[in-house]
Design a protein around this ligand. Sequence first.
Ligand code: IPE
Ligand code: IPE
Ligand code: MG
Length: 260
Amino acid sequence: MGEPAPHGAAFNESLTNTTDREVPRHVAVVMDGNGRWAQARGRPRIQGHRRGVETARQVTSLCGEAGVEYLTLFAFSSENWKRPREEVGLLTQLLVSSLENEISRLHANQIRLNVIGDLKPFGIKVERMVATAREKTADNTAMTLTIALNYGGRWDLITAARTLARACEEKQIAWQDIDESALTAALSTIELPDPDLFIRTGGEIRLSNFLLWQLAYTELFFTDALWPDFDQALFLRALEFYQTRQRRFGRIGEQVRGSS
Ligand code: IPE
Ligand code: IPE
Ligand code: MG
């Protein structure tokens, strides 16, 4: 994020060619395959997670160059607590320390940092660190980077349902006021538009409880590449995939062509 872009002129040219066409405004990523990447090399899984943090840094910089306005990275799911205790401990430590270390670099690059997910299990210190980072970067305009940490789509929907139920109980709203926009506004992603492009590395064709409501009309790109191997060429392939899609949102092709 702070360093100059690590790619050469040839790549810049293909990036420019690709980004001359429509670039997704919001890209959401399931960064999967770190463990397998390390295991294939006979190394402990945590080394894959460390490489994964580097890939995240590089993809953030690529998104900035491409003109993506919002990047959301799934770093730790509400189900990942079920992993062996040692991995959970090392991984959560790595994620929290990486977040802390990246703040000044993000800020220097005009990136606004946002975190979604239930931070309570990480303790008050981490909650405060995140709140301070959000405040510090709040006015940055280059891009919004959202890290999903202890995030689950079902958790998000349950939290929103409770918020709306309480607002009804306290007579701030009537039950009839609960519509699509009220629910959208009660989710943790209130500051973000719905993702345009979803990317999942690691070969699995599933959402694994990521942004369940928000992904309703997102274009879905899956690759077998493991997250530490996700590079510039694959990023471009995902953008090009997006550019070949016709987004109909329920309408027919002629209507969409007619309106553009
Ligand atoms: C990273 O990949 C995703 C996280 C939960 C941090 P994994 O740790 O799931 O790697 P694989 O899928 O076991 O290879
Ligand atoms: C999804 O990956 C969660 C993150 C990338 C943080 P998982 O590796 O946890 O997904 P499953 O368990 O294979 O569905
Ligand atoms: Mg996995």
